[in-house]
Design a protein around this ligand. Sequence first.
Ligand code: ACO
Length: 402
Amino acid sequence: AIDISRLLQETGYMTLDTGYKNTGSCASTITYLDGNKGILRYRGYAIEELAEKCSFVEVAYLLIHDKLPNTEELNAFKSLLERFALIHEDMIHFFDHFPSHASPMSILSVMVNSLCNYYPEMSDDPLENIDMTAARLISKIRTIAAFSYKKSMGHPLVYPRHDLSYCGNFLNMMFDKPVKPYTVRPEVVATLNKLLILHADHEQNCSTSTVRLVGSAGVNLYASIAAGINALWGPLHGGANEAVIQMLEAIHADNNDFEKYINKAKDKNDPFRLSGFGHRVYKTYDPRGTIIKKACDEILTVLNISDPLLDIARKLEEIALSDEYFIKRNLYPNVDFYSGIIYRAIGIPTNMFTVMFALGRLPGWIAQWKEMREDPSTKIGRPRQVYVGEPERPFIPLEKRD
Ligand code: ACO
């Protein structure tokens, strides 16, 4: 087989592909994505079926182990999640030292990065301990997210319970209060479960590529995941779910002046974009968006919530999808467009939406990191550049510079 990259290097040629629009960085067996047909599969299974029939824990297992777990495997994985649900008590003090306005994403990234100091076995043999580390991460990230919220509210911490599911435990740790006990509703658990599954992997997006790139330098899994969390934070990536709600609120406050926002999004001199619209790979409706839109209608009905932002989102979608600008560029709602309305309905504060995305994406990051490390052909990620600066210049001593 011809090694194209070696051939290009030897002949002095290089490919320049800013934003990696058409460059594959790895071969992977994890996620299949057809952006023209709107198909998404994890390990060969259709996203629609997984979202309908599986728990998030099963999907996490599937992504990491390349097989749906049988009952025994699932129970073993669940008991690891239970065993690792707490964080070291010393780490709880970390929360006290962030300013009250600290971003939950920065807290999450710091806390996940710090886990390697408390569970350093990853540094000795990263692949031997991957199962334990994966379970630790998946379980602890949920506790970190809920504790971070409780600390930000000044409420006492609620510890994980053995009788609750992964999502049930998260909701209980978030919302249970000594004076007002929280009732974990199965419909809310099912919806959260679905959202996390839909976010669990999406091949070589910005955060996943970051996890792989950082990991390719030999960094441990915790630190690689912390880097992925930072990448996800960006408003063009995971941060878009928070930006969508802010945009819908702004439209609401502007007396539903849709035209103003559509025109702003179309104006090339204005940096504003319709958040939750467009995707690098999907040139049709994001299949995750279709499922989330339906789930959004269902859960709002169950909870008897009438959110004006849902009506605004529906109307905005309708206007954009019949506008020449959006049609010509194949811009459709993506996974983030309706997810925030669900999070609002179940009580998650807006500044934690991207944290929720990170909780969902974590198994995908772990699976991708594992695949990268297990592949003997992996090399450190090191793109080239096309130098367009000055040619060689004579040095000017300090006293002669203007
Ligand atoms: N609103 C208005 N115009 C848009 C939008 C949008 N949301 N998205 C893309 N465009 C336009 C661009 O201005 C560009 O127009 P041009 O050809 O006239 O210059 C054209 O569509 C192509 O856009 P690019 O930026 O080249 O597309 P790219 O693949 O680089 O970006 C992205 C994809 C970042 C998702 C983009 O569509 C965007 O910024 N969307 C809004 C933010 C968002 O929702 N991000 C979440 C993505 S999904 C996820 O990460 C989970």
